[in-house]
Design a protein around this ligand. Structure first.
Ligand code: ADP
Length: 269
């Protein structure tokens, strides 16, 4: 516990003694620590690809100047590293936009089923290239609920992309939309979207920390797959803005299920 202690003498009252005020600053200190960690993480994440880029530029100017084969190889790596920086900056902007929209933009009526159809369609090509099939259930027709269409699109884009990236090797990815008559935590009717894969799964001890910014089960693997470590943090943030819930169920070697539950009614927001 961090405390601010102020001692004020009781001089005005003519009596001897003092007033001691003790203020609990634990929350302030925690927020400040989180901010410092975040800045340190961002700097580190940006510096890694930047250092590689600088190294390759120097090599291309020097030892590899006349080596056409090396030049092509290095340019490919440089393109990949620059792409990584670009994605990281995109994700950082998304996170800050969610925070700003929270204050500025009210939720509107959104057709969740249509949104999911479109999220699946936009991922079909990259899933196909990775040899993964995506199967969807329950997304026909219209399902209206209060939401921010761009942000919800990002939620399902990130979840499907992860399922293809980390879960694709074990078989297909399924997405299903279901009505929940009474969601106990949201205390009312809701819609739940489940994105499931049959891939590598996640060890139980990682589950509570998965939505933290930059938390990865395997940093090398995430980087190799072009991940920024921010995808699930963005998902969590957007789902909270919608007063929804995110549940992650997984077991090592058994695949994963990411369940997003969103309240159905505007009156409840
Ligand atoms: P990243 O950009 O690294 O993919 P995310 O925030 O999207 O970052 O995910 C955090 C970590 O959670 C990933 O690095 C990965 O280890 C793990 N993860 C996410 N989705 C899945 C999944 N469907 N199957 C297995 N592991 C996953």
């Amino acid at each position: 516990v961090f405390c601010a202690v102020t001692v004020s003498p009781l001089t005005m009252t003519g009596r001897r003694g003092a007033v001691i005020a003790i203020e609990d600053r634990t929350r302030d200190e925690e927020t400040e620590q989180m901010r410092r960690d975040f800045v340190a993480n961002v700097s580190h994440e940006l510096r890694t690809p930047l250092t590689a880029l600088i190294g390759f530029i120097e090599t291309l100017r020097g030892p590899a100047r006349n080596d056409a084969g090396a030049r092509d190889r290095f340019l490919d790596i440089m393109e990949r590293e620059a792409g990584r920086m670009n994605r990281l900056i995109g994700d950082l902007l998304s996170l800050s936009r969610v925070e700003q929209d929270e204050r500025r933009r009210p939720l509107e009526s959104v057709d969740l089923a249509a949104l999911l159809r479109s999220a699946v369609t936009t991922q079909l090509a990259s899933a196909g290239a990775a040899g993964v099939t995506i199967t969807a259930q329950g997304i026909e027709g219209q399902v209206m609920l209060p939401g921010d269409a761009d942000q919800l699109m990002q939620v399902f884009h990130n979840l499907i992309e992860n399922a293809v990236k980390y879960g694709g090797s074990g078989g297909g990815v399924t997405l299903s939309l279901n009505r929940v008559e009474h969601e106990p935590v949201l205390r009312g009717p809701a819609w739940s979207v489940t994105v499931a894969d049959q891939g590598e799964g996640i060890d139980e001890r990682h589950l509570p920390r998965l939505t933290e910014r930059f938390y990865r089960v395997d940093t090398h693997r995430s980087r190799e797959k072009g991940g920024t470590g921010l995808g699930l943090a963005i998902v969590k943030h957007i789902v909270s803005r919608h007063r929804g819930r995110l549940r992650i169920e997984s077991e090592k070697g058994q695949g994963s299920r990411f369940v997003v539950t969103l309240p159905e009614s505007v009156g409840r927001l």
